[in-house]
Design a protein around this ligand. Structure first.
Ligand code: BGC
Length: 358
């Protein structure tokens, strides 16, 4: 079984004609399209030269956002009157594959995906020089920047859809990455100081006394999503001392020696397994640090988790952090999602970076 080929097939099979990518075709709660997952899937397709697939996804995002203008009008009015918006006034985190909002409850107010898609679109345009696409999507880019500019300091759910009451450092990193990428392409769309305001706020408030970035403001723990602060969002450079401290804590607390990477120590979702996409992320960071053999070990571990027909799950459950919580999730939603397109995407991204180096 060739995992590159099966990853490509899984992703293509999970992209519907509208351009949306399903998060997982077989897991009931994930039969939707997330901006976060979708952007990484699109970036994976860009990294293997399937720009057509990525382009279709970004056009779908534009159409999905175009459908939200009424909601945003309500939001702007409430913000102008200094009223607290209702949860339903915010943009959603996942859309149906038709680009609509589903009527089922979800933990919707998450900002990170809005930074992520801006970052991904800019990366796609950098790779393809598709200025027409940028011009077509500019109104929705502008709308997203306005949304981020208005809300970036508000507590909102993190990339794991938890802790609505907190401000999360990896979310701030995604917002920084998104608005600074837009500023490079279309400076007029972004308030001049917005990227630097987000960055300096994060570095002033999001660092523990020990010198590492924290999971959320006020916490002393780390979360593996903090890897994003350097790769790819460059809120800090990969060689920055603060990132070095963060990486060391992630390695100590969240990387199982010889295995994969956990999200964070208190993770109880499906008992808190090792996440393939985060394992790939650590490999990506190692590649940037020239720690190539360690990156290869992590990729080999990911490959060993594939099913015989080449599917990668969201997480593996052999060494759970909190095994007593596994059964409740299985009863609620069935087995761990497999295949998860985001896992396949991160594998493809890192594998193709590695191949370019060899
Ligand atoms: C994860 C999210 C992800 C979603 C769809 C959730 O369990 O926490 O990060 O976007 O699944 O894959």
């Amino acid at each position: 079984m060739n995992l590159i080929a099966s990853s490509l097939e899984t992703i293509l099979a999970g992209q519907v004609p509208s351009g949306a990518y399903v998060a997982s075709p077989t897991f009931s709660q994930y039969r939707y399209s997330w901006l976060r997952d979708g952007t990484w899937i699109a970036y994976a397709m860009d990294s293997v030269g399937r720009h057509d697939s990525a382009r279709a996804f970004y056009l779908w995002v534009g159409r999905a956002l175009a459908g939200q203008q009424g909601r945003l009008e309500r939001l702007w009015q409430k913000l102008q009157r200094h009223e607290t918006p209702d949860e339903a006034d915010y943009l959603p985190t996942r859309f149906t594959l038709d680009g609509e909002i589903s009527s089922d409850f979800w933990w919707d107010f998450q900002l990170d995906g809005y930074g992520t898609w801006l970052w991904g679109l800019a990366a796609h345009v950098d790779l393809t020089d598709d200025r027409d696409l940028w011009a077509t999507l500019e109104p929705w880019v502008a709308l997203t920047v306005r949304y981020i500019a208005a809300l970036w300091q508000s507590p909102n759910y993190d990339c794991w859809e938890e802790h609505r009451e907190r401000i999360h450092v990896s979310t701030l990193a995604a917002l920084y990455g998104g608005v600074s990428a837009v500023q490079r392409h279309s400076p007029a769309l972004v308030p001049d100081s917005l990227p630097e305001d987000i960055r300096s706020f994060t570095l002033e408030t999001g660092i523990a006394p020990e010198g590492h970035l924290v999971k959320y403001l006020g916490s002393s723990a780390v979360d593996a999503s903090l890897l994003w602060a350097a790769v790819p969002y460059r809120l800090v450079e990969v060689t920055d001392e603060r990132f070095g401290q963060t990486l060391a804590r992630i390695e100590r607390d969240l990387h199982r020696s010889g295995g994969g990477v956990y999200r964070y120590q208190d993770d109880v979702y499906y008992g808190g397994g090792e996440w393939l996409l985060l394992t790939a992320w650590l490999a990506w960071v190692y590649l940037e640090l020239d720690r190539v053999p360690e990156a290869c070990d992590l990729l080999a571990w990911i490959e060993a988790q594939a099913t015989p027909d080449g599917a990668l799950p969201e997480q593996v459950s052999d060494h759970l952090l909190h095994p007593e919580h596994y059964a409740e999730w299985q009863q609620r939603w069935g087995k761990v999602a497999c295949p998860l397109l985001w896992s396949h995407a991160m594998y493809l991204i890192v594998k193709s970076l590695l191949e370019k180096r060899i």
